[in-house]
Ligand binder design. Structure first.
Ligand code: GLN
Length: 245
């Protein structure tokens, strides 16, 4: 059983050139490498806008939380009231949009969100025991993931590698840049692992309309994850594809 599809979302956005209006992808622009994400969105033909306030968030169909410093980004989110606004818009709405009367406005589909690196940390439910007891790490807690910050230690502070990610890039590996990257230590049942390091450790995951990558596609020439997010994850937030809870 699925929820009704809103009329203007009846056509999935599978081919962006066919939908010149396309979805508007917000990029959280309070700290970190948001400019690089905006450049990548332009390269895949999507409309990207900076998001700094809850009002900005109202105007977007999807959101990217960039890499940077997750503690700083988390604190700024709270300062601007964006943490509450993001969590509210990312939630799957109740299957009874009209309430008791059935007369209400149809609810909006939940906000698709992609967190890269620091953004992935913010998406996670918890940071295992990797958070120092004295550092309060603000989290959005949207994805059923436990992540470990700075998981690669000093020697592998930053590195590049090619990853197999067949769902995202069926024909060729994805080039990935890791910078003081987190690692997924636990993924819940509803989470699909999209990419692993050659040693098998997971570094990209999707949970319905939510996506997380430990690495930075925005710092490479590899457009596959940006394409995947815009064409598959953001497009899938039509009600037709959402399970009723
Ligand atoms: N290590 C950073 C953090 O914990 C993330 C690094 C990054 O986004 N490149 O927030």
């Amino acid at each position: 059983m699925t929820l009704a599809t809103r009329s203007h979302e009846a056509t999935p956005i599978l081919s962006l050139p066919d939908r010149p209006g396309g979805p508007v992808i917000g990029v959280l622009a309070v700290q970190g490498d948001f400019a690089e994400h905006l450049r990548m969105l332009a390269r895949v033909g999507a409309t990207g806008v900076e998001v700094r306030t809850p009002e900005d968030l109202e105007r977007v169909d999807a959101l990217i939380i960039p890499g940077g410093e997750s503690t700083a980004i988390g604190k700024l989110l709270a300062r601007y009231g964006l943490d509450v606004a993001i969590v509210a818009r990312a939630s799957v709405p109740s299957p009874d949009p009209g309430g008791a009367t059935g007369q209400g406005e149809p609810p909006r589909p939940p906000l698709a969100i992609w967190g890269t690196c620091a953004g992935m940390i913010l998406m996670a439910r918890d940071i295992g025991d990797s958070g120092s007891k004295v550092v309060a790490q603000p989290l959005l807690g949207l994805m059923d993931l436990s992540v470990r910050r700075n998981a690669f230690g000093n020697q592998l502070d930053s590195f590049e590698t090619d990853l197999d990610a067949p769902v995202v890039s069926p024909r060729q590996p994805v080039h990935a840049v890791f910078i003081r990257a987190p690692l997924i230590e636990r993924a819940g049942e509803g989470v699909e692992i999209l990419a692993r390091l050659p040693d098998g450790r997971p570094v990209a995951a999707r949970q319905g309309h939510l996506l997380a990558t430990a690495f930075h596609p925005e710092l490479t020439n590899d457009l596959s994850f940006h394409r995947y997010f815009v064409e598959r994850v953001a497009a899938a937030t039509s009600f037709a594809e959402l399970p009723v809870r």
